[in-house]
Design a protein around this ligand. Sequence first.
Ligand SMILES: NC(=O)c1ccc[n+]([C@@H]2O[C@H](COP(=O)([O-])OP(=O)(O)OC[C@H]3O[C@@H](n4cnc5c(N)ncnc54)[C@H](OP(=O)(O)O)[C@@H]3O)[C@@H](O)[C@H]2O)c1
Length: 283
Amino acid sequence: MGKLRALTSRVLTRLGRMPSRVEMARPYVVSVDSPAELDGLVAVVTGGSGAIGRAISLRLALSGAEVYVLGRSTTKLDAVVSEIREHGGSAHIAQVELEEETAVTRFFASLPTVDILVNCAGGSARGEHAPVWDQSPEVIDRILAINLRAAISCVRAVTPKMIAQQSGRIISVGSVIGGRGKARFADYAAAKAGLSGYLKSAAIELGPFGITVNVVSPGIVPRGQPTQAELERLKRTNVLGDIGHEEDVAEAVGFLASPRARFITGQELAVDGGRSLGLRGDD
Ligand SMILES: NC(=O)c1ccc[n+]([C@@H]2O[C@H](COP(=O)([O-])OP(=O)(O)OC[C@H]3O[C@@H](n4cnc5c(N)ncnc54)[C@H](OP(=O)(O)O)[C@@H]3O)[C@@H](O)[C@H]2O)c1
């Protein structure tokens, strides 16, 4: 009730009316304990127009951050930015091709300040999973580029600003597959494991400048509209016997972006219902 009241007062302030909850495409409630804790901060969420990135963008915006929602499709970006604004938050479209280094550099140079970077763009090969001996070089390059190289480009471009500010939060969305491995996902696992290694090294370099660097690794977050049979199977893939949702990941990112996490760096937080305690049931 305290949480809901906090959210209500936040939206009340911004919209001048009192909704009982914020409706999403799949309806859920975004609860914000400290609605103003990111006030005045600028956040960039890559992949902000995707399933998990949308929840993260909304979560940060409802905590007061001005959010740049980054992706490629203007239709998807527009939908998320409109949704945030409808709920009284501040958001902008950032249409950037992350595989183009110059586009990334140009985008970050155009921002006066960046306090929070969330590297969420990415994903596995989905319809193109294959065993290691059969995977095409094109798919391997694409998976490494968007899950690993793009995040490195963003960190490289944003850190001079954060160093000048002597503060910053970098949070990347990994995957428990990076640490555990999974058959037919070797390229994706390599990219996510590489991301963890890169960010832990970056945490050591950036700590003296007041910049924290952490990874949030989801288990399985169902995409689209899974059938009841698929949902039952997904429940068996973790020890809590439940389904992981976008907002579960967003909650962890929101915490790591907040002043409450000021002394946490170089860590990887699994948000997976205990799936990484022993991968099972997801063949
Ligand atoms: N869903 C899961 O079960 C799960 C589990 C573990 C980890 N993860 C990780 O969570 C993150 C988000 O996953 P998701 O399921 O939310 O994916 P998603 O819905 O497919 O979203 C992917 C996002 O990345 C953007 N993107 C992709 N390629 C890009 C490029 N070259 N340049 C700029 N933007 C690009 C997309 O924008 P456009 O659509 O405009 O291209 C979109 O906003 C990924 O890093 C994924 O590996 C997901």
